[in-house]
Design a protein around this ligand. Structure first.
Ligand SMILES: CC(C)(COP(=O)(O)OP(=O)(O)OC[C@H]1O[C@@H](n2cnc3c(N)ncnc32)[C@H](O)[C@@H]1OP(=O)(O)O)[C@@H](O)C(=O)NCCC(=O)NCCS
Length: 395
């Protein structure tokens, strides 16, 4: 068995057949022309494969993304296309490939990694921790009727996603710059959503500034308006987009839209009846997961005041002793044991949970994610206060 990188043209005969078998309905006639047409959408992906005698045994892919973690935007390794041949499973091939790929990504200057897991426990073995699943809110557009009379200082434009794509991308860039957890795919990878022409786009502006955008499609007259992520810079953008949905009262029965986990639909309109759902189930409904690949590279991140010695255990990439200091408001990372400071022992998943703001230090022991005596918990809690990430990773 050997491991090597998959070149662009080789994808047609190596990674694409395996991922098609793993993730698409089958058997289907092989449409090589369609696969070839899709090759540009993978041009910057980094794919490793394990092969034996010309047979592809397993593949893993990293997508060069960016992610906001506590206000700083880092190069991120988005992991995707993880699959092994049905006759070569449980033989350690994916473990070997993923370990190699994550090491390469860390050396390539990507201090964080995120993915959507088929089964969280599988990726937990690789140091990933679960992040919140953004909920989908469904409601009858009639319930937003009061917004139709609201005097809002802004306007919306409506077009096909293909026509307004640049504005939509600007909105995504704004969000990744300002919202903890938000990630963004490279341009070449998202071009497929623009090219597929399967979505409408509504964009909200005020004083010429972008304040909101959402993509959607409509199933039928009297059917559903299925929106993707409600992207806004604040209440005005949200109100402008919701008012647009309200104008569909005689056209669709329900509107559903994915929202920031910090959203409070109770405040969108008085008398709004809604269902807010976040479904997570193996293997098809995934909450995102993330991990840190380099702690040193996170130096400078905005943190609270605190000082703690941390020993990271059982990880190929960041195991070791660190002194973390947040006295300046920016994370300082020094290698080596701290003298006379509270100390904790953490797994990388535990540390990632603190940095991503999804765990309290007191929870770590209950989940086998570390040993954190109270004095160290106080310091870690002050440095990494809970902060819910919103992972918008779609186009
Ligand atoms: C999931 C899949 C990629 C695993 O590949 P694999 O080559 O069998 O994985 P490995 O043999 O390298 O196993 C790696 C580790 O995960 C464990 N593991 C494998 N399958 C697992 C599963 N379904 N659930 C939990 N753990 C699992 C193995 O025991 C091993 O643990 P260890 O190294 O700590 O002993 C493969 O079954 C597959 O292609 N499935 C269909 C596509 C899919 O779901 N891909 C994942 C998309 S996110």
């Amino acid at each position: 068995m050997q491991i090597r990188r998959v070149s662009a043209e080789e994808r047609l005969d190596t990674s694409m057949p395996l991922t098609a078998y793993a993730f698409a309905p089958s058997p289907e006639p092989v449409d090589r022309e369609k696969w070839r047409d899709n090759l540009p959408y993978y041009q910057g992906h980094s794919t490793l494969m394990a092969e034996d005698g010309g047979r592809t045994l397993a593949v893993v892919t990293s997508i060069p993304m960016r992610q906001n973690v506590r206000g700083s935007v880092y190069p991120m390794a988005g992991i995707a296309g993880v699959a092994s041949h049905p006759l070569a499973r449980r033989q350690g091939h994916v473990r070997t490939l993923l370990t190699r790929l994550l090491g390469e990504m860390r050396d390539d200057g990507r201090p964080v990694s995120a993915l959507y897991p088929f089964r969280p426990s599988f990726y937990h073995r690789f140091g990933y921790i679960g992040l919140p699943m953004p909920p989908t809110v469904s409601f009858a557009p009639a319930d937003l009727a009061p917004l139709l009379r609201a005097d809002l200082p802004g306007e919306v434009s409506w077009e096909r996603l293909a026509d307004g794509y640049d504005g939509y991308r600007d909105m995504r860039e704004q969000l990744v710059a300002r919202r903890h957890g938000c990630a963004i795919l490279p341009d070449y990878a998202v071009a497929r959503f623009r090219d597929e022409e399967q979505r409408w786009l509504v964009t909200a502006r005020s004083g010429g500034e972008l304040v909101g955008a959402v993509t959607y499609r409509i199933t039928d007259h009297g059917g559903d308006l299925l929106a993707d992520d409600l992207l806004t810079t604040g209440p005005l953008g949200r109100a402008l987009l919701l008012r647009f949905f309200a104008s569909h009262v005689d056209q669709v029965t329900r509107v559903s839209v994915r929202v920031d986990p910090d959203e409070a639909p109770e405040q969108w309109a008085t008398d709004l009846g809604f269902v807010s759902e976040a479904k997570v189930a193996v293997p098809s409904f995934h909450a995102p997961m993330a991990r840190i690949l380099s702690l040193d590279a996170l130096a400078g991140m905005a943190v609270g005041p605190g000082r703690v010695a941390v020993t990271v255990v059982d990880d190929l990439f960041i195991s070791g002793e660190y002194l973390l200091d947040g006295a300046s408001g920016k994370l300082e990372v020094t290698r080596g044991a701290g003298m006379a400071v509270p100390a904790a022992t953490l797994t990388v998943a535990g540390l990632s949970g603190l940095v991503y703001g999804v765990l309290d230090p007191a929870e770590l022991a209950f989940r086998d994610l570390g040993t954190v005596p109270d004095p160290a918990a106080d310091q870690l809690r002050a440095m990494f206060p809970r902060q819910r990430p919103y992972v918008v990773a779609q186009f």
